[in-house]
Design a protein around this ligand. Structure first.
Ligand code: 8YV
Length: 329
């Protein structure tokens, strides 16, 4: 019996306990903290590997697959998987897995935090205070938009969208509207007290619009100049979905010209680069893709990715497969 263990790459630094979980089963190659492999370096590292633990930052596409014929699985440490070309992966017989559920509530908490910070101008007013510009109290000093009792629009009503809706309806007595590719079952709508509307109605009616839809070629620039023009001038926009869902240049222009009141952004087109115009407008709250970032949740996401590698490569049963058709030859 061969004692050679299959080799895998952990493509971004993870917590030591994740490596410990994988080590009994695999020869693991780790990635030092702060290192992000270029596509060519990734191909290089993947030679002789059957599995890879990726984050949303590593692209698994036809070019990489052709150059890494031994690869059998890419386990994403993220619920979103727009970094995977699933069609190419399926064609190459490579399984993709993601990390759903374990981050839902934490990400919804953050969506709400970003909504609150944006509507109530928390970072803008903190910068003002830190700059020593607070000289007196005045009636409209950083007066923001009402959150409780207002109308919340949610675009993309998956698990995270529903978790945000529950917070809004039950905690903040908001009127919750949503638009999604498909309408929720009546019992789910009732649980989130959310009403299905067209995208146009959502844009026009929302006091606050939160984006939670997956990124794909179809959702590219779902919010561009035309959509921003439909929104209320008092509205806030929150993007915790993916960069590319919003046309960041169009958004920066709308914010500068006060065509909408404010935006809260955790994700950006071309991140970690941020559109320079967004850095110069005051009415935007910017965070570095941290919606799922609590230690407990990031640990759970990484552990699920590790368990997908073990589940598939050791037991033939991944926990959260994306293209399970590759499992049945
Ligand atoms: C990840 C995310 O932290 O899960 C997702 O889809 O956007 C984040 O929670 C990020 O993608 C890193 O993998």
């Amino acid at each position: 019996m061969s004692t050679v263990r299959p080799a895998i790459l952990i493509a971004r630094a993870v917590f030591p306990e994740i490596e410990d979980r994988l080590r009994p089963f695999f020869e693991i190659e780790t990635t030092p903290p702060g290192v992000v492999w270029t596509p060519a370096q990734l191909v290089d590292r993947l030679q002789g590997k059957v599995g890879v633990l990726t984050t949303g930052g590593e692209r698994i596409d036809a070019g990489l697959l052709a150059a890494c014929p031994g690869l059998k699985i890419a386990a994403n440490l993220a619920v979103g998987y727009n970094n995977f070309d699933l069609v190419a992966m399926t064609a190459a017989g490579v399984l993709g897995t993601n990390a759903p559920d374990v981050l839902t509530e934490t990400t919804a908490d953050f969506g709400f935090a970003l909504l609150m910070a944006t509507a109530r101008r928390i970072t803008e007013s903190e910068h003002f205070l830190r700059a020593g510009r607070w000289k007196e109290w005045s009636l409209d000093l950083f007066a923001g938009a009402e959150v409780h009792g207002s109308t919340l629009g949610i675009l993309g009503m998956g698990r995270i969208g529903q978790a945000i809706a529950r917070r809004a309806a039950h905690g903040f007595r908001m009127n919750v509207l949503y638009h999604n590719r498909s309408r929720l079952a009546p019992d789910r709508e009732a649980a989130c007290k959310a009403r299905y509307v067209s995208k146009d109605e959502l844009l026009r009616a929302a006091d606050h619009l939160v984006l939670v839809l997956p990124y794909s070629a179809q959702s590219h620039h779902t919010i561009g100049a035309a959509e921003l023009a439909q929104m209320k001038p008092t509205a806030t926009l929150v993007n915790i979905a993916r960069g590319g869902v919003v046309d960041d240049a169009a958004l920066a222009a709308a914010l500068r010209e006060r065509r909408i009141a404010a935006a809260g952004l955790d994700v950006f087109e071309g991140e970690p680069a941020v559109h320079p115009d967004l850095l110069t407008v005051p009415n935007v709250v910017l965070t570095p893709h941290i919606a799922s970032a609590t230690l407990a949740t990031r640990r759970a996401m990484a552990m699920l990715a590790a368990d997908n590698l073990i589940g598939f490569l050791v037991h033939g049963k991944p926990l959260t497969p994306l293209n399970s058709e590759v499992l049945t030859p």
